[in-house]
Design a protein around this ligand. Structure first.
Ligand code: FUL
Length: 476
């Protein structure tokens, strides 16, 4: 069997499927670095400097929601080791800071606010810890880390993601810790079986850069070796180099999942991509970056390429020293949310007619692709070049299409073309590669047509479409 045929049969786990549907969620880098104006702390800054006078976690949640995001991941402990919750295993935490007279718990307040506002909550717990004395001592640190994970995964309700960073600056003269990755994963699986383990973990793949750039063809089925933590670490940040965030693609390949890329591979896994990028140059808040918040145009372009290119988008929005998301960031999030609503207002294909060159059976009819439920269209096994023609019923103006495969049965489509009808002939609007969970085709121009034709030119197993939608953006 060829590798692409093996790939056609690889499917996501229930937790991966659930996670993928979130599409867009926030990262909040907040901690000691917020107060020391740093990106990487050394672990020796006294807790007294975490002088958080107020915390308005509801404002975070509301700002994040306004952008259309569905979850939030908090840096509960960054590389400096300072804990935003009163961990029983270290003194280096909020409990020895002035925040709420040492009785505060940022993780509690943020996770509660997320729940109140209908957002999922996730945790970032840096494996690299520059403060903890046992770091570098093998088992002692691994036990410490697992204890901290246990606290976070037991006391703060449902967790949708555990984000394990690959970054580590210790090297030749510093301490080296052999991480017990399998032991960490076992804690997550036991305590939060629905949570995905991201980046240095088996469920969600780091896109390979921090610049918001994804591949033209993002495959969710890739060689298993890409999920090995040591591989991720080798490509992650190793020094406090501010330029790292600007690197577009590192040495992780530009093509991870095409037929050519996986030829000869036998061990393939479902390992979908996540784009992590900050709304500002840094991950933490710095006042002197207040005028460097990414433009609406840039944010929308990142959204289109990530969410519209079969990847999830993890957008970092760092709260400031007043315990709020600063005005420039909150404004940008609000503008993005409004733009997304204008771009994709009402699905114009809702009442359309559709015909396909083949249908596997009555339960997989082409009409399933018009509906928002779990039903999907599937081509017959012998249909080598499936096509669908959508008929609006009358000439209709549209400027974007959103296509989704039924990824529960795998990722199959390798190439497709989009046409519209023009005076008895078909006019090609574009050529595309993968679809996966979601592909957004956004046209520069508004097209007028009665019919849209989708030709699936290359496919691994049987083609499926969960949903096809068309939109016309509203002008302001
Ligand atoms: C990197 C870290 O070194 C950065 O500080 C940040 O947390 C980013 C998300 O991951 O590897």
């Amino acid at each position: 069997m060829e590798a692409y045929q093996i790939a056609a049969n690889v499917t996501p786990s229930a937790r991966q499927l659930q996670w993928q549907q979130l599409e867009f969620y926030a990262f909040c880098h907040f901690g000691m670095n917020t107060f020391t104006d740093k990106e990487w702390g050394n672990g020796f800054t006294p807790p007294s400097l975490f002088d958080l006078k107020e915390l308005d976690a509801d404002q975070w949640a509301k700002a994040v929601k306004a952008a259309g995001m569905r979850g939030l991941i908090l840096t509960c402990k960054h590389h400096d080791g300072f804990c935003l919750w009163p961990s029983a295993y270290t003194d280096y935490s909020v409990k020895n800071s002035p925040f709420r007279d040492g009785k505060g718990d940022v993780v509690r307040e943020v996770s509660d606010a997320c729940r109140r506002n209908g957002l999922k909550f996730g945790v970032y717990l840096s494996p690299w810890d520059r403060h903890e004395p046992t770091y570098g001592q093998g088992e002692a640190y691994n036990t410490f880390y697992k204890n901290q994970l246990t606290e976070l995964l037991t006391n703060y309700g449902d967790i949708f993601a555990v984000w394990l960073d690959g970054a580590c600056g210790e090297g030749k003269n510093g301490k080296v810790q052999q991480y017990d990755w399998q032991g960490y994963y076992a804690v997550v699986r036991k305590l939060q079986p629905d949570a995905v383990i991201a980046v240095s973990g088996p469920d969600v793949r780091w896109i390979g850069n921090e610049a918001g750039v994804c591949r033209k063809s993002e495959w969710s089925v890739v060689p298993a070796r890409l999920s090995i933590s040591e591989f991720v670490a080798a490509h992650s940040q190793k020094t406090d180099d501010r330029k790292f965030a600007k690197k577009k693609m590192n040495s992780m390949s530009l093509d991870l999942g095409s037929r050519k890329a996986i030829r000869g591979e036998e061990d393939l896994i479902w390992y979908p991509a996540e784009v992590d990028v900050s709304i500002r140059p840094g991950w933490f808040y710095h006042k002197n970056e207040d005028d460097k918040v990414k433009s609406l145009k840039k944010l929308f372009q990142i959204y289109l390429s990530a969410v519209g290119g079969n990847a999830a988008l993890l957008l970092n929005v760092p709260p400031d020293t007043t315990g709020r998301i600063a005005a420039p960031d909150a404004l940008a999030l609000d503008a993005l949310g409004r733009m997304l609503k204008r771009e994709f207002p009402r699905n114009l294909l809702e009442n359309a007619h559709v015909r396909a060159t083949s249908e596997l059976d009555d339960d997989h009819a082409a009409t399933a692709a018009l509906r928002s439920d779990d039903d999907y269209w599937q081509a017959a096994a012998d249909d080598a070049r499936p096509e669908l023609v959508f008929d609006f019923g009358e000439v209709t103006a549209f400027d974007s299409l959103i296509l989704q495969e039924n990824i529960a049965t795998g990722q199959q489509i390798e190439a497709f073309d989009v046409y519209i009808d023009r005076k008895n002939r078909w006019k090609k609007l574009g050529k595309y590669t993968v679809i996966g969970y979601k592909r957004i085709c956004r046209f520069k121009k508004t097209w007028q047509a009665k019919r849209i034709r989708i030709v699936i030119r290359a496919c691994r197993g049987k083609a499926t479409l969960l949903r096809v939608q068309a939109f016309r953006r509203e002008t302001v």
